[in-house]
Design a protein around this ligand. Structure first.
Ligand SMILES: Nc1ncnc2c1ncn2[C@@H]1O[C@H](COP(=O)(O)OP(=O)(O)OP(=O)(O)O)[C@@H](O)[C@H]1O
Ligand SMILES: [Mg+2]
Length: 514
């Protein structure tokens, strides 16, 4: 039975009072009519059977009160229409039959009504449960949809940042999770399932494998985070630079069982850094060449000195030889002075050539005091031109430094020229002091101190930035380049104001930095 039919059926007793009581009248009337019809055809008196049917129908469809009315009407019709002569005992018995039947039907209709109510309640409950279920399904669908969306965003973000995520188990090294981007970076096919530990290890560049393995072993031993930079070698021979970070995951009992982390393909960044480094090196060389151009005049003067001395000594030598009695001892001495003078001139020229040289950085053991003395020689005439006194305070027990001689010469030249430029227009004393001393952990510190105009006010922290200059013809690269050279040697370069005037530049270098 459909829901709407049932609703009609249950609602019908309540539908109309007149119809319900009308049903009592009509059904008893029909029972009486049918009985008359039976009598007409000489059939037995069947009123009781019809009346009981009428009472039952009225109870069922009309409810309890119309049912009772039908029972009363039936008793009356039977007594007064069909059995008027019956004795009172029989009448009472017949009435009793109707009464019992009415009571029975009252019980039946009540039971039916209760059943209907229960069915309605159950139906309502089921409907509610059904609605809850559809709501839940809808919510789950929405949650799944948003999960799918965020997974898609995550995958997209991984693609854009070239970062793959992973989880692997410490026991056996099996991968529990490898993201799509991880497969792409490492050149594995996701269709073929997660590659084994051994397969993943093989993909790491042979030269970096041991270092990488060492870092992983350490992280496992110490249950700690790890961070590693290494190269991977793909089957087609391509090499990628990878930066990876991992974090230990503990199980419920606090033991290490997994590592979770990410691997980023930093090949492009590496290439950009390399290009930048090359550009900086070129720029440094250009600045060196420019500076050297400016210094050519004073250098000519420097070279001229030993050459002039050599000519004088050669003449002396000739004189000793062309005497009546040549003095070979004096001549030999004069000749060896010529050799020294020539060696000095060639040293100066070699030195200049080394400053112009282009080529990769060459690390060797250098004596920083020697570099300082060389630079003082080189800049002496420049300083004299501006009445600047240059003084060295060099500590004799200075450690040797593993470094690039030409680059370190350039740093000192930049600092000293800056000092000279800061003093050349200033009044008062003009002193440039270059001091070297030992520093902590076997390193050393060099200080270049002047009595010039001092660091530009309010911009003291900017002087190391590229292209910052307060000079009309300056490039603003001197300090920038100097700092990157010192830092590439593992040291530091910084500035401080002097009291009452001038500025100091300090640089530290560790003794055996590679
Ligand atoms: N010894 C110093 N005393 C005062 N100011 C200084 C000193 N050294 C550097 N500065 C300041 O720092 C700025 C940057 O110096 P940097 O050597 O980088 O470039 P520059 O000297 O201006 O130009 P370049 O070295 O390319 O000729 C200078 O313009 C100057 O303002
Ligand atoms: Mg400068």
């Amino acid at each position: 039975m459909g829901n709407s039919d049932k609703a009609k059926w249950i609602a019908w007793p309540a539908a109309s009072v007149s119809m319900r009581y009308g049903l009592a009248l009509v059904s008893v009337a029909v029972a009486a009519g049918l009985t008359q019809l039976f009598l007409y055809f000489h059939l037995p008196l069947a009123f009781n059977a019809f009346a009981l049917s009428a009472i039952a129908m009225t109870f069922w469809f009309g409810g309890t009160k119309p049912g009772i009315l039908a029972a009363v009407l039936s008793a009356l019709v039977r007594s007064y229409v069909f059995d008027p002569e019956i004795n009172s005992i029989s009448r009472v018995l017949y009435d009793l039959v109707f009464l019992v039947f009415a009571l029975l039907m009252t019980g039946v209709t009540r039971a039916r009504d209760e059943l209907e109510v229960r069915v309605a309640e159950r139906t309502a409950e089921l409907t509610r449960a059904n609605e809850d279920l559809s709501r839940e399904i809808g919510e789950r669908k929405r949650a799944e949809e948003s999960l799918r969306r965020s997974e898609a965003y995550l995958a997209e973000a991984q693609r854009v940042t070239r970062t793959g995520s992973w989880v692997w188990e410490v026991a056996g090294g099996d991968a529990v999770h490898l993201s799509e981007e991880w497969y792409r970076i490492y050149g594995f096919d996701p269709e073929q399932g997660a590659p084994s530990w051994e397969q993943r290890l093989q993909r790491i560049h042979p030269e970096d494998r041991a270092k990488w393995q060492e870092e992983i072993d350490r992280a496992i031993r110490e249950t700690s985070d790890y961070e590693a930079g290494f190269r991977i070698l793909l089957p087609d021979g391509a090499v990628k630079h990878i930066s990876t970070v991992g974090h230990p995951v503990l199980n419920a009992s606090g033991n290490l069982f997994q590592f979770v982390g990410s691997s980023t393909d930093i090949t492009q960044r590496k290439q950009a850094e390399e290009a930048l480094r090359e550009a900086q090196a070129d720029l440094a060389r250009i600045s060196r060449v420019t500076r050297m151009g400016e210094l050519t005049a004073s250098l000519a003067h420097e070279v001229n000195q030993p050459i002039a001395a050599a000519i004088t000594d050669a003449n002396t030598c000739l004189r000793w030889l062309t005497r009546e009695e040549p003095d070979l001892g004096e001549a030999r001495e004069a000749a060896s002075r010529v050799v020294k003078d020539a060696a000095r001139a060639s040293e100066i020229i070699n030195h200049i050539r080394s400053l112009f040289k282009k080529g990769p950085s060459e690390r060797e053991l250098v004596n920083v005091n020697e570099i300082i003395r060389g630079m003082i020689d080189l800049l002496r005439s420049e300083a004299t031109r501006y009445s600047i006194s240059m003084r060295a305070e060099l500590s004799e027990d200075l450690p040797r430094i593993l470094g690039d001689r030409v680059q370190l010469q350039q740093v000192l030249m930049n600092l000293m020229i800056n000092g000279i430029e800061a003093m050349k227009d200033s009044d008062g004393p003009r002193d440039l002091v270059i001091r070297s001393q030992g520093a902590e952990e076997d390193g050393l510190m060099v200080t270049v101190r002047d009595t010039g105009v001092g660091l530009p006010p309010k911009q003291a922290d900017q002087i190391f930035a590229s292209f910052f200059t307060t000079k009309p013809g300056g490039t603003g690269m001197g300090l920038r380049i100097s700092r990157s050279i010192v830092e590439s040697h593992g040291g530091r370069l910084w500035a401080a104001a002097n009291s009452p005037r001038g500025a100091s530049f300090h640089l530290t270098l560790p003794s055996t930095h590679e």
